[in-house]
Each structure stands twice: as structure tokens, then as C-alpha cells.
Design a protein around this ligand. Sequence first.
Ligand code: PGA
Length: 243
Amino acid sequence: MLKIVRARDYQDMSRKAANIISAQIILKPDCVLGLATGTTPIGTYKQLIEWYEKGDLDFAKVSTYNLDEYRGLSHDDPQSYHYFMRENLFNHVNIDLANTHVPDGSNPDAEAACSEYDKIVAAAGYPDLQLLGIGNNGHIGFNEPDDHFSKGTHCVDLTESTIKANSRLFEHEEDVPRQAYTMGTQTIMYARMILVVANGEAKAQAVHDMCFGPVTPSCPASILQLHPNVVVVADEAALSLCE
Ligand code: PGA
């Protein structure tokens, strides 16, 4: 079911993914985009910025909903996903910041923060296109391996594997927040189209299990096999177990 697009390397993956997002914006200038943070999509955002600067893309009517945010970080914390999105995309294109949304990690009331986010994503009609990275352990957003698939936005305890993987971006491993608010798996599945980007050998097992493994909450990304419109753009290393 999943459509796999092979890319030569990170650069090629980024350009192909940006092409797909750019087509979405051209076809529907007021589209709703679901966006992701992490190292993988940075090149995709760079490419979109470049095309915006050339005059090929217009974000004026686009609205965005991010997948997740660390709990306990203020919007201006350089480690927050609010900050990441401004740095890596929003500050460089003509998007109206009022149309950009990220779960409010600064709200300590998890229930209120999550139900508020669910309401605004639902009111927007869910993303036309959802961009996703994938964790080494098969997580999407911060939906970690579990014994059930999650539904709406909720507060999660990050797994040791995710804390370790994300600690590369923090000075000390202890600095990585232990909890996050994330869109649930069900909400992700409501997107009309899902675009997964993956590169590097560390993702090979997760990419294989997402595409060809059993559909199981122990690999949250495997549920994407049940979605009618998923494109996986991955480089050779990430696809090395998918021969
Ligand atoms: P990464 O994260 O792009 O930094 O590898 C992906 C993810 O954990 O979803």
C-alpha cells in the first residue's frame, strides 16, 4: 500500500519531499500542512525556503499544525519545537505566524493543552498533507511503541531510546525533557496524505517494519499500512533492509 520513493542520499530525499509539499501548496494555496521536527526534515524545509525565495512558493494562506512539543519548555526555549519551526521554516517564508500551531508545551496542565490542540486540529479539518519523520524505534510524532495505538493528542513519557537519540541535540542527556505532548496516531491517520521522510542506516529496521512488518503498536509507524495515501521518501541506507 505504501508508495516508496527511493532517493540517492539526504539531499535527494529532501528535494523529492519538498517537491511533493510544494505541489500541495501550488494545488491548494490555503492547504493545511501537518509538520514535523527532527533532523530529517531540515533539508526539506531548506529546499522549500529556497523555492520561496525564488518566488515559486507562496505560504500566505497556508496553515500548519505540528505533531508534538516537549512538555515544560517555553516557546522561546531554543530546544523547543516552537523555536525549531521558527528557525528552520517560519521565519524564512511569508507564512502568517498566527496560522502556525504547535502543542503548547509551556502549559503544565497536560489535559487542557492536549484537548485544546485536538480541538484546533479538528476545526482546521485535519491536514491535507502530513509530513512525518520516523524514530529508530518506529515512533511517529512521539507515539512510542506500546501495547495499543493512541487516539488524540496526549502526554507521553519518552522512552530511553528516544531520550538517547534526542540527547545529541542537548548539552547533557539529563537536559532532555522526559515528557512530550503529541498528536495521537488516530489524528495522524486523519490526514488526507502522509509523507514520511527517512535517511540513514539507523532508520533501516524501522522503515522495513513500517512498510513490511505486521501492523502492531510495537511499531507505531506500521499503522500507516492501513492509510490509503502514504508516500515514503527514503535514501538507500534507510531502505537497505527493504530489498
Ligand atoms: P530525526 O527524528 O529526524 O531527528 O531522526 C525523527 C523522529 O524521531 O521522528
